[in-house]
Each structure stands twice: as structure tokens, then as C-alpha cells.
Design a protein around this ligand. Structure first.
Ligand SMILES: [Zn+2]
Length: 407
């Protein structure tokens, strides 16, 4: 009898997880939709949704969907404030932080431009803590916070949050996860991932690549990173270091790269090179890139020419990845998402010249829908996953704990 009880408890927890996952990934839906999506019976869905609403994780019905009374099949939606993640994106030229709720809603967000030259990991960790502390206190509660997810422009060892190398930040073996865990002093997991690996996750779940199973997300900033989904699964490599498209060698004896090599793709298409081609100082950061695109929109011929050349080089790089990986979709994020409207023809021409006909015929190039929020939303997924995997744990441990404070 005890075995039976344990078994039914295991099944209950798995079924609650299936429902929360469906609502988190696909948004509000009716009980009938949940029956179709999970394969559970109508009565099981009624009971489990009842548990979730009683526990405050979900709400249901016309009473909460204003102005739509009397619908025969009310929608079930997650309550974003019930389970939250703090998400952080450490780029070379900017830092951003957000509180993201279950279901993927951004509840609060802050972003700051970073001056060059203060790149030491301890300094950046302090800045991150400062940025998080500036988020509205009402969204930072110990009883709702599931964890902290960090997206960083570097090569990350997922297991312990060590950034093995981040050439454009000047980091080697930087214990970012441990540092932030210590400085925040919160009793929740702090998980670290590569910004493009997390960006592709967000674009597939809520952005430009919903439902796609073979996608390359290419994020451009000072450096260039990619996140790859192949056959519906992340392509991580043996230790999680895969996707470093920015350091793919494209020019023999090309310009030196911060990784120590020469002629890497990012020396041809990264933000500093783009600024230099447009006759602007290389180290202007976010405001320089903003000014460059403003000049492009105003029709500045020198800037448009710089964008066209950069688009051509980017298309050449992408051709190699299309030949190798046969994606259906390439999502351009960060700087490249802004470049696409100005350089689409050049990118596609360069790809067409260098890509085999069969994979070329299948691939589409689009701009990120989530923009700078993609790595943040992906980082939130890291932190929310444990709760989605076992939402029952959240139904059992609700008490009134005070707002979080950092040391
Ligand atoms: Zn390199």
C-alpha cells in the first residue's frame, strides 16, 4: 500500500509539472487544451488545476479575464508573481537585470551601459548586485524567488558557473556563479550560461523561432556568439563550450583577435570593427552603436557602406554554418538584429554565393523578436526550470518571509 501511495504521489508531481510546463511554454489555455496537450483525463486536469489555483500558482476563469464573462471554457493562466527568477545579462558594453515571472513575463527590468576598462570579474559582480538592488523591492521576495540566472558573453562551465574564458571581458577561469552567490547571500541557486545558448532558448520558446527544431541564433556585440538547436535539442558539445562562431577562422593572417588567434569571424563583423569601418572610434560601446544606426537611418552613405560590408562578411560566415548544420532558421540577435534591415540583401547574396544549393533552399534569416531581452529571458528559464520540473514543491512551502535584502 505504501508503494502504491508513493507511486501515485510521483505521478501527481509529474502531472502537475506537465501542466505548469504547458502553461509556461505555450501561455494561457483552457482545460480542454490541457487535456489535449498532456493526455491526462478531464477529471485529472480539473483536480490538478484546482491544486495549482489553491496554491496560488495559477488562476482560472472569466472572473480574472476582465470583460470576457461567461465563456464556456475558461482559460488557466500562471500567476507570474507566484514564482520569480532574477535574470542578469552581462555583455561587454552593458549590464541588465530583470525579474521574470513564471510564464515568462518580465515584471521589472533595468539596464546600464558600462564604461570600458572596469572589467574585473569582482567589479562586475558588484555592479550586478547594485543593479539587482535597484529593482523594485515588491518583486524580490524570498518565498517566491526560485533562483538567479546569469547570461554572460563567455565560455561557461554550466556545472559550477565558472566562466572558462571571456576574451572580450578579459576573464579566464572566473568563478562568476560562486562570486554572485556569495555577494547576494540568497539561499537560492545561482546558475550561469552563455548568452547565445540562453538567447536561442528564449527565441525558440517565445521569440522569432517558436516551434523551430533546427535553429542557429547569432548574437553580435563586441564579440559574436551563437546558440544552436539541432533536431530540437541544444547543441552544447562535450562540456558546453560549443557555438563559439565568433572565433571561427575566416581570414588567414587576419586581424588579431582577443582570444589569441587571428582573423576570427568577430574581427570581421564585431561591433568594434563595424564602428571602425564607419570611421568612428572603436570603443564607443552601446552609445556608439546607437549613433551608428541613427546615422544609417538618416541615410549616411559612409555608415551604410560599413553596414553593407559587415553584412557581406556576416553572410559569408553564415554560409559555412548553413553548409555544416542545415538549419531552417537563422535568428540574428543583438547588433545583427539591427543590421539586418539595412543589409539583408548583402547578407543573403553572400550566403547564396557560398552555400550549397540544397541547404540554402531551406534556410530563412530573420531578426530576433526579443532583442536584448533574449539572453535575459533565457537566463530566467535556467532559474525557473527546477520549479517547472516539480511545482508541487512550491505548493507545500508557502509562508510569509520578509523581502530579500543583499549584504
Ligand atoms: Zn578569436
Amino acid at each position: 500500500v505504501r508503494d502504491l501511495g508513493q507511486r501515485s504521489e510521483t505521478i501527481r508531481r509529474a502531472n502537475l509539472s506537465a501542466i505548469v510546463r504547458a502553461l509556461h511554454e505555450d501561455g494561457p489555455q483552457s482545460r480542454s487544451d490541457l487535456v489535449a496537450r498532456t493526455g491526462l483525463t478531464r477529471s485529472a486536469i480539473r483536480a490538478l488545476v484546482g491544486e495549482l489555483t489553491a496554491g496560488g500558482l495559477a488562476v482560472e476563469g472569466p472572473a480574472v479575464l476582465l470583460g470576457r464573462p461567461g465563456r464556456p471554457s475558461p482559460e488557466v493562466c500562471l500567476v507570474p508573481e507566484a514564482v520569480t527568477a532574477v535574470a542578469v545579462f552581462i555583455a561587454v558594453d552593458s549590464l541588465s537585470a530583470a525579474v521574470v515571472g513564471l510564464g515568462g513575463a518580465i515584471l521589472a527590468e533595468a539596464r546600464v551601459e558600462r564604461p570600458r576598462g572596469h572589467m574585473e570579474v569582482g567589479v562586475i559582480a558588484d555592479d550586478v548586485v547594485g543593479l539587482i538592488n535597484g529593482l523594485p523591492r515588491r518583486h524580490l521576495h524570498a518565498d517566491t524567488l526560485a533562483g538567479v540566472g546569469i547570461a554572460v558573453a563567455g565560455v561557461v562551465r554550466r556545472a559550477d558557473g565558472v566562466v572558462e574564458t571571456a576574451p572580450n571581458l578579459g576573464w579566464r577561469a572566473a568563478p562568476l556563479g560562486e562570486l554572485l552567490r556569495h555577494r547576494l547571500g540568497w539561499d537560492v541557486p545561482v546558475l550561469v550560461g552563455n548568452e547565445a545558448d540562453l538567447g536561442v532558448l528564449a527565441e525558440v520558446r517565445r521569440g522569432a523561432a517558436i516551434g523551430a527544431t533546427d535553429v542557429i541564433y547569432v548574437h553580435g556585440e563586441v564579440g559574436v556568439g551563437s546558440g544552436i538547436i539541432a533536431n530540437g535539442r541544444p547543441l552544447n558539445g562535450s562540456a558546453g563550450y560549443a557555438g563559439e562562431i565568433g572565433h571561427f577562422p575566416v581570414v588567414p593572417d587576419g586581424a588579431p583577435c582577443r582570444c589569441g588567434s587571428y582573423g576570427c569571424l568577430e574581427t570581421e563583423v564585431g561591433g568594434e570593427t563595424l564602428l571602425a569601418r564607419a570611421g568612428m572610434p572603436r570603443d564607443l560601446g552601446v552609445s556608439g552603436i546607437d549613433a551608428l544606426f541613427a546615422a544609417a537611418a538618416a541615410g549616411d552613405p559612409v555608415v551604410l557602406d560599413a553596414i553593407a560590408i559587415t553584412g557581406e562578411r556576416l553572410g559569408t560566415g553564415l554560409a559555412g554554418f548553413v553548409n555544416m548544420l542545415n538549419p531552417r532558421l537563422i535568428v540574428l540577435g543583438g547588433l545583427f538584429g539591427r543590421l539586418l534591415p539595412f543589409a539583408e540583401a548583402r547578407i543573403l547574396q553572400a550566403m547564396a554565393r557560398r552555400t550549397l544549393a540544397a541547404p540554402l533552399a531551406l534556410v530563412e534569416v530573420v531578426a530576433s523578436k526579443l532583442g536584448e531581452d533574449a539572453p535575459l529571458l533565457g537566463a530566467a528559464e535556467l532559474a525557473l526550470e527546477a520549479v517547472i520540473e516539480d511545482p508541487a514543491s512550491r505548493l507545500e512551502e508557502r509562508d510569509d518571509t520578509p523581502a530579500l535584502a543583499t549584504a
